[in-house]
Design a protein around this ligand. Structure first.
Ligand SMILES: [Zn+2]
Ligand SMILES: [Zn+2]
Ligand SMILES: [Zn+2]
Ligand SMILES: [Zn+2]
Length: 211
């Protein structure tokens, strides 16, 4: 819900949020970091992870949004815009003055895309298959992107780990996949997720709280 409110502060339409024209070449070969949805292959990519659920891909919102810095009122966001930072309060990150609406897409936008062939270090190469930190190189990989700071890496890796769980769940139930990435409940399966794991459903709020 905060997401919807936050979206209102963003200026629309943005050039690259538009669907590509029908004649556009398939983006699958090139844009696998924060890619566009490909109608032909029915897939999109985030850090080289293939996502075949259009609902999940759209929810992940894998692109930056142009912002009008004058319309941003949150003081933490103002600092984040200046420093390519993340605002914990608004759950939005900024890279090159564009807004990203999740930790994962923010960290990926800020990270350095790497090709598997470029990774000379064995540990980093292995890390790129899923995710991991390399003490020797002092960088972390989440999928195909390299993250420089340990703190940034830990936060990005946690959201990436949850993404991988959602991608695995999507073929069985797309609504579960969405509940996994958003810490909510799949209504179809009545399963509530937190940090990528099913948890007991929250107790219904008492109708007449008495104290
Ligand atoms: Zn394609
Ligand atoms: Zn903020
Ligand atoms: Zn390494
Ligand atoms: Zn489900």
């Amino acid at each position: 819900m905060t997401r919807t409110i936050v979206m209102l502060a963003l200026t629309f339409p943005t050039a690259h949020a538009q669907p590509p024209p029908k004649s556009a070449p398939c983006p699958c070969g090139t844009s696998r970091t924060l890619g566009a949805w490909c109608d032909k292959h029915e897939a999109g990519y985030i850090a080289n992870v293939k996502i075949e659920s259009v609902d999940l891909f759209e929810w992940l919102d894998a692109h930056g949004h142009h912002i009008d810095p004058d319309k941003i009122e949150c003081p933490d966001c103002k600092i984040a815009i200046r420093d390519n930072g993340y605002c914990e309060r608004c759950k939005m990150g900024y890279v090159k003055r564009e807004a990203y609406l999740s930790r994962l897409t923010y960290h990926i936008a800020k990270a350095r895309p790497r090709k598997a062939a470029e990774l000379k270090c064995l540990t980093c190469g292995n890390n790129a298959r899923r995710f991991g930190w390399c003490d020797r190189c002092q960088v972390g990989m989440i999928g195909s992107v390299e993250i420089a700071g340990r703190q940034d890496y830990e936060k990005a890796a946690e959201s990436f780990r949850i993404l991988l769980i959602a991608v695995t769940a999507a073929p069985k139930c797309e609504s579960c996949a969405l509940a996994i990435v958003s810490d909510t409940t799949c209504r179809a399966c009545s399963i509530t997720y937190k940090n990528g794991k099913p948890v007991p459903a929250p107790a219904p709020a008492p109708s007449s709280p008495r104290r």
